[in-house]
Unconditional design. Structure first.
Length: 278
């Protein structure tokens, strides 16, 4: 099968002998978090024994490692054969955490990494004809802790796994999921953040300068993102889809209230989402 067309083949990480022939047909995906901010660096380390079919970078790059036809060494551990069996059935992801997620222990991931995961899951399900994207350790979206005693992929992904799966299914089918009921928040101006400008471009590891935060709506892969970020109680933030933001605005209007949104520059939003630049 090779690799997804979404993968950045210019950054492919060699197999390095960290794979084996698959014993079973692909029946789902296995999610892991990198427990760090640099998937590229971790995966490129020749001393690292772990491999994955794909490594997801903070900027949303999908970095190929182990050919989909082969089993990556991602989920197995001594004494836990369920992990090795899962690797034989699943295409595995190692997902970079955001700097803020590493600092505060939530192991949150960036909006770009989130969208890369959603897009790659939808692509895999379409190519393999796996049907609806559902939660499931053996046939569906599984996570490391399904097979091995670990907290991986961390509280952020576990707490948002339902949303991630529903977004992947929406992208697979082109049908928007049923909207999540909107909870009216207290008048906290930090609940929603609207970027009024792009953040200052930063040079990524591929040498290209990009803004991490952009103002206005933006369409990626057929999905439209709003210019608004929602902050969670754990301090993490996620860029909202246009439909999500419209539903929030409508719910507040029906309640006779104004949405508590703070309009700030892109650099301010970047600091909240990613932390201060080094």
């Amino acid at each position: 099968m090779g690799f997804s067309a979404l993968a950045d083949m210019s950054r492919r990480i060699p197999d390095g002998g960290r794979s084996a022939p698959r014993l079973y047909n692909v029946s789902g995906v296995g999610l892991h978090h990198n427990a760090g901010v640099d998937a590229w660096g971790e995966a490129s380390n020749p001393r690292r024994e772990v491999s994955a079919n794909y490594w997801i970078a903070n900027n949303g790059a999908i970095i190929p490692n182990i050919d989909e036809d082969r089993r990556a060494f991602t989920s197995g551990a001594a004494g836990y054969p369920a992990g090795a069996n899962a690797d034989h059935r699943n295409i595995t992801f190692e997902i970079s955490n955001s700097p803020e997620g590493v600092r505060n222990g939530t192991w949150a991931i960036s909006a770009e990494a989130w969208w890369a995961v959603v897009s790659l899951i939808a692509d895999i399900y379409q190519r393999y004809g796996l049907g609806p994207v559902l939660r499931g350790p053996d046939q569906g979206v599984g996570v490391h802790q399904d097979w091995v005693p670990t907290s991986c992929p961390g509280p952020y992904i576990m707490g948002h796994l339902g949303s991630l799966i529903s977004e992947a299914e929406a992208l697979r089918t082109g049908i928007s999921p049923e909207p999540t009921p909107v909870i009216i928040q207290e008048d906290d101006m930090n609940t929603y953040l609207e970027a009024t400008s792009n953040s200052t471009p930063i040079k990524e590891k591929d040498g290209v300068e990009r803004s991490r935060i952009w103002a206005g709506e933006r369409q990626i892969g057929g999905m439209t993102f709003a210019s608004v970020w929602e902050r969670s109680a754990d301090g993490s933030a996620r860029r909202l889809f246009k439909g999500e933001w419209e539903a929030i605005v409508a719910a507040y209007a029906a309640a006779g209230r104004k949405v508590p949104v703070a309009k700030v520059g892109g650099n301010v939003v970047e600091q909240i989402v990613y932390g201060k630049r080094a």
